[in-house]
Design a protein around this ligand. Sequence first.
Ligand SMILES: Cc1cc2nc3c(=O)[nH]c(=O)nc-3n(C[C@H](O)[C@H](O)[C@H](O)COP(=O)(O)OP(=O)(O)OC[C@H]3O[C@@H](n4cnc5c(N)ncnc54)[C@H](O)[C@@H]3O)c2cc1C
Length: 417
Amino acid sequence: MPPDTSEIACDILIVGAGIAGTAFAAAVRKRGYSVVQVEMAREPLDTARGDHLQCVVVELLDEWGLLPAVMAAGAEKRTGARYVRDTGEVLLHAPHAALQIPHPYYLYLNHERIAETFIAAAMENPDYTLFRPARARNFEMHENGAGIASLTVHLPDDAPAPPGFASGQDVVIRPRMVVGADGRGSRVREVMGFGALTHDYESPLVILFGPRLTSDPLNELKTFMGPKGSLSRIPRLGDQWKLGLPIAKADIAFWKTATLRMRQSAVAARAPELEGFACEVAGFYPVRLLSAEHWARGNTVLIGDACHAMHPARGQGLNVAIRCLARLVDLLPDAADMADADTVMKRLRAYDHGTKPAIDKLLADNHTRGEQMDSLDPTVIAASAAALRAINNDPERLRRYCLQSAGYADSLSALSG
Ligand SMILES: Cc1cc2nc3c(=O)[nH]c(=O)nc-3n(C[C@H](O)[C@H](O)[C@H](O)COP(=O)(O)OP(=O)(O)OC[C@H]3O[C@@H](n4cnc5c(N)ncnc54)[C@H](O)[C@@H]3O)c2cc1C
């Protein structure tokens, strides 16, 4: 009979195995740390969430040696974005292929496949343990705000346990450092007592999937803007398109019960060229901005949506998470120095102070765009369309816009010089 309780000490405990937590585990896989990751979900991640990796993130994945695995998992290239009126008039065309950057393309890969690719890479670390499913709930805190001392998780009876552990056991994890990557409702943020500023957008998003109507070798993202609201047509693996539409809350009932014909005509009302698109509803998403007041204290740091969740208007949520954690990884002490709690604390504080202000600015910029996309008011949509047209008519502004959307000319990239 295995004992009821087991213990494990580690350099780094990662709470959550969404994109942020798995990217972190993959990024540090060759740094010599002992890593424990805890994820409560039994099922793969929600496939309808963010699936596009910005050009600057592709460069990071290349640096970390992860790009071949992401390509092998089936990632495809998208080389531009196009905004059009519902009439077909092109408002703005952002061709990333023309940019002088190492990887002038986005990559797209289904959300859950990105995370599984990162976990497979994390497992190259011989000292990596994944507890999944296991919910992080029972934390014991260090005194004087020094962070998290231990986490006790229960390994369910009906799921296999990692080697050296047994189903049904409680496991006490004693980490030197903790990464809270547990999403918008972060338990780590809660136990650390970090407040958060939040804003709930008015219009939830409905996400639709369906087979492409036409082929597009460039795999461009196309956003339609008209008096009935905006609609983004996003390339998805398997010759599919994913559509994202902000809708009135009252219309959720319509989308839940609509027949295929009804869905098709609602789509065509916003984007006439998509008439006949055979789509299924993939999910509904209430949209919330969240900005944690602090990211780090003592031995504990937050990453991803746990500290900065944003409107998907610019497709930045998971990309900003990966770009931020790249900075964090660069600041971490070497494995041999992880036992020095003071050094760990100073590095995490330096990360918080050095990175958060840039993200606060980025969140504010993203919020402006989020509010535009959130609005179903034709005059607001027309004004947004006019603003895009003005950028398109000014070559220097357009070049800057393209660089920004690629992740090379915003407040976060300014930090890297
Ligand atoms: C419809 C939609 C479209 C989007 N499109 C884009 C896009 O195009 N580009 C982009 O960059 N971003 C996009 N985003 C945002 C992006 O998906 C998120 O920013 C990103 O996935 C956040 O990742 P995360 O790992 O921080 O959090 P999450 O994905 O929320 O992961 C947190 C993980 O922690 C686990 N967890 C939570 N609590 C506990 C606990 N107590 N114990 C153990 N585990 C726990 C959860 O089960 C989950 O797996 C989109 C979001 C939505 C909703």
